[in-house]
Design a protein. Sequence first.
Length: 287
Amino acid sequence: MRIDAHHHVWDLARRPQPWLDAPESTVIRRGFGLADLAPLARAAGIERTVLVQVLPDLTETREFLALAAADDLVAGVVGWVDLTAPGIADTLADLRQGTGGASLVGVRHLVQGEADPAWLVRPDVRRGLRAVADAGLCYDLLTLPHQLPAAIETVQALPEVSFVLDHLSKPPIARGGPQPWAGRLRELAREPNVSCKLSGLVTEADRERWTVADLRPYAEAALDAFGPGRLMFGSDWPVCLLAASYEQVVSCAKELTDHLEPHERAQVFGDTAARVYGLLGAGQRPA
C-alpha cells in the first residue's frame, strides 16, 4: 500500500492561519481539504495518508480525527497536545475516546518555532514525551538543523519513545552545503527509536529553480543514515505547492529512490509508515 506519510489541510473560514500572512505564502493562502487532495493522490498511486497538525490547537486535532473517521483516505492523524501540561495523559485519553480517536497515531509540536534551541531538553517537555509513549503514540520531531543537538540528546534519553523526524530537519539546501546538518542527522539515526520522513525538500531548495540533482545529496544522506526501513515518503502538501505540484513531489521522490531494490522502495512508499505509525488498514502495529 502506497502511503503519503505527511500532509495538511486547513480552512481559513473556520480557523485563521497567521503563518500564511507572509508574502511568499500567497500561493497557498486559501483553503485546502481532503476533496482537493484525493484526486491528486489517486493519480499518483497514493492509497492512504497521514494528516498532520498545522496549529497548536486541540480543536484542530479533534476536527482532523473526525475527518479521518469520515474519509478512508486518512489512515492516521498526527495531532497536537500541550506537552508541558500536567494533564497531558488525560488529554490524550480523551482524544482517543472521541470521534475518530482510533486514528490518532502521533503527536507533534512546532519545535522549529521555539526560540530556545534546547526546548526538547526541558524536564516538562520530557515528561510530556513519556506520556505520549505511554499512550502508544509516536512523536513527530519538527526541528531546524540548529535544534538537532537537543533532538539527539532527547532521543537518546527516551528510548521508550518512537520518534519520527519531519522533513529531514529542514536542511539548508538553498543556502549552503550539507554540513553540519548531515553529521548531526547521522548521529540522530544511530538511535534505533527514530525514523525519518523524506519530505519537505523542495521548499528548502531554490523554489523557482530546484532540480532533483539539488535534492539528491540530502536524500542520499538520509537513506545512508536511516536506511529505507526507517524512511517514509511524505508530500508536505499543500505546503509543497510553494515549489512543486503534488505530482512533481511524488515523481521527485521516486527518482531519488530509483536505485533501491523494489522491496526497499516499498518500505519508503508505505511499509515504514504503516509499521511505525501502526496505521489502520495499512499494516500491523509493531509488537
